[in-house]
Design a protein around this ligand. Structure first.
Ligand SMILES: C[S@@+](CC[C@H](N)C(=O)[O-])C[C@H]1O[C@@H](n2cnc3c(N)ncnc32)[C@H](O)[C@@H]1O
Length: 205
């Protein structure tokens, strides 16, 4: 093959590689329900045990989860809220909500309430929740700043918001999260995990 042809192929290959990388890292599509089995595994550093440590769910509380997926965290948290508590789950995909509700019914949990909605437009009045959390969700939301703003709005004063992020194409660095949080009247209370797999606790003023 002539040298000029080789160079042209090399440039075309490099361009395609860069385009694929940009697409991969900027993709914000919701996690596909068809790949739900992957969601049943706890990620290193983002375990339910660590979520408990920052969320501290108590009996009788009203808590909000954004993007429950198949319910890895939802079932675990709902049990801790007891019969007088309530866990609202919000997702943009009805199959995810249906999946969680089937699992809840199988476990005889009747305190989970599903709502089909976008995190950036939450259909709840101000100060409705004692706490809220979202794990590996924020980077999938097309307007993450608006979502954190909405979470700040629906939390009662003193309420806590836990955000879990993992190093994947949707990763939101802590410094970016804190920018959204400050604009929403939330401040960092605590953090667990390394910078690329963290759980952050934010507090509403
Ligand atoms: C990667 S899964 C995480 C599921 C679960 N939190 C876990 O850790 O296993 C992301 C979830 O967020 C939901 N999601 C994506 N964009 C959303 C949005 N704008 N508003 C609400 N939920 C959203 C997806 O449908 C999916 O259920």
């Amino acid at each position: 093959m002539r040298r000029g042809t080789v160079v042209r192929w090399a440039i075309a290959g490099a361009g395609a590689g860069i385009a694929a990388t940009v697409w991969w890292w900027s993709d914000r599509a919701p996690y596909p329900y068809a790949q739900r089995r992957m969601l049943d595994m706890q990620l290193p550093f983002l375990t339910n045990h660590r979520l408990d440590a920052l969320l501290g769910p108590r009996p009788g509380e009203r808590v909000l989860e954004i993007g429950p997926g198949t319910g890895l965290q939802a079932l675990h948290v709902a049990v801790q809220l007891g019969a007088t508590g309530r866990l609202d789950i919000v997702d943009v995909q009805q199959p995810m909500l249906d999946h969680v509700m089937r699992r809840a019914a199988a476990s005889r949990i009747d305190t989970i309430v599903p709502t089909l909605a976008d995190a950036a437009r939450l259909p709840f009045p101000d100060a409705s929740f004692d706490a809220a959390y979202l794990v590996t969700v924020l980077g999938e939301v097309p307007d993450p700043a608006a979502a954190i703003g909405e979470l700040g709005r629906v939390l009662r004063p003193g309420g806590r918001l836990i955000v879990g992020e993992y190093f994947d194409p949707h990763f939101v660095p802590l410094v970016t999260l804190l920018r959204y949080a400050n604009a929403a009247g939330l401040t960092l209370g605590a953090r667990l995990g390394p910078p690329l797999a963290y759980l952050a606790q934010l507090r509403r003023h």
